[in-house]
Ligand binder design. Structure first.
Ligand code: A3P
Length: 313
């Protein structure tokens, strides 16, 4: 499927929702997709190399943080941490998103970003929609997940910013909550996205590494060591002695990244201000927003959805 007509025909055959009564979303490969043309271009054309590393996530689960950490782990031999490109660039500029940056304009993809080798790339696509070459090559995938309560609140507050058409109003939280529980939001359903990668990480541990936002917060050093080993650049004894891991954690902390000029202003994505990626970065902030009734309902729904997956959320 290549032509605009083919995609138009596909769109007319798919279930459609107007997200916040404004943005068309299509149920494509069991996932609500808001950037279908770019997704299809990426699926048709992207050729993963065995050395590539893909950072996958559902939005608002810590993608930006993981990109900063991975970039630092991977490039630490290329420059001292005090001269890290992260002090001048937003993490999404250093690790571009496949479907929404590289293939953002399907007729004119940003292929120069693919010339680096090995490449670090991001994606919000669910596992089932990844380009075949990602699934079948030896490239590695790191998936970051976050508890659904914080993900929900983080995305709700983010979308309040995001909305150019002003169709999202602060009193619509209940409506968005209903949509989130039904899975009708960009890249939802939440549970299918998370469980899809979780299962792959169990079946192919050498290919898919699954990390939780909460574990990164609780013990970043342990998680960083695991990440570095997974991507084939473990920390040496000397590096550990010289506190390289602590330096990376500090560099990538939300407070430090918020100070960077490139994260205070400007846009990597045309529709998102860079500063919106950095809010609180805490675990459990949802208690400040959800009513006891919503929590009870949400917990029941999520418990049911994750039952039997073996994944504690
Ligand atoms: P909150 O809205 O709960 O603060 P994503 O990068 O996937 O869009 O996720 C955004 C969430 O990650 C936001 O959560 C944001 O504040 C948090 N975040 C961004 N950078 C972070 C960092 N360096 N450390 C911890 N959390 C971070």
């Amino acid at each position: 499927m290549n032509t605009k007509d083919d995609i138009q025909q596909l769109k007319s055959s798919l279930p459609k929702e107007l997200w916040f009564n404004s943005y068309p979303m299509y149920l494509y490969q069991n996932c609500w997709n808001i950037i279908l043309d770019s997704t299809i271009a990426c699926q048709n054309h992207f050729q993963a190399q065995d050395t590539d590393i893909i950072i996958a996530s559902i939005p608002k689960t810590g993608t930006t943080w993981l990109k900063a950490l991975l970039f630092s782990i991977f490039n630490r031999k290329n420059h001292p941490i005090s001269e890290s490109p992260l002090l001048k660039h937003n993490p999404h500029e250093l690790i571009p998103q496949l479907e929404s940056i590289i293939y953002e304009k399907p007729e004119n993809p940003n292929l120069s970003l693919l010339e680096i080798c090995p490449k670090l790339l991001g994606t919000h696509l669910p596992f089932q929609s990844l380009p075949t070459s990602i699934k079948h090559s030896n490239c590695k995938i790191i998936y970051v997940s976050r508890n659904p309560f914080d993900t929900f609140i983080s995305s709700w507050l983010f979308y309040l910013n995001y909305d150019e058409n002003e169709s999202v109003k602060s009193d619509m939280i209940e409506e968005y909550f209903g949509k989130f529980c039904e899975g009708k939001f960009p890249f939802g359903p939440f549970e299918d996205h998370v469980i899809g990668y979780w299962k792959e990480s169990l079946e192919r541990a050498e290919k898919v590494f699954f990390v939780k936002f909460e574990d990164l917060k609780a013990d970043p050093k342990v998680e960083l060591k695991k990440l570095a080993e997974f991507v084939g650049c473990p920390f040496s004894v000397d590096e550990e002695r010289e506190n390289v891991i602590d330096e990376i954690i500090k560099l990538c902390s939300i407070d430090k990244l918020k100070e960077v000029e490139a994260n205070k202003s400007g846009r990597v994505y045309s529709f998102i201000e860079n500063k919106w990626f950095f809010r609180k970065g805490e675990v459990g902030d949802w208690v400040n927003y959800l009513s006891p009734l919503m929590v009870e309902r949400f917990k029941k729904i999520m418990d049911e959805k994750f039952a039997g997956s073996g994944l504690e959320i």
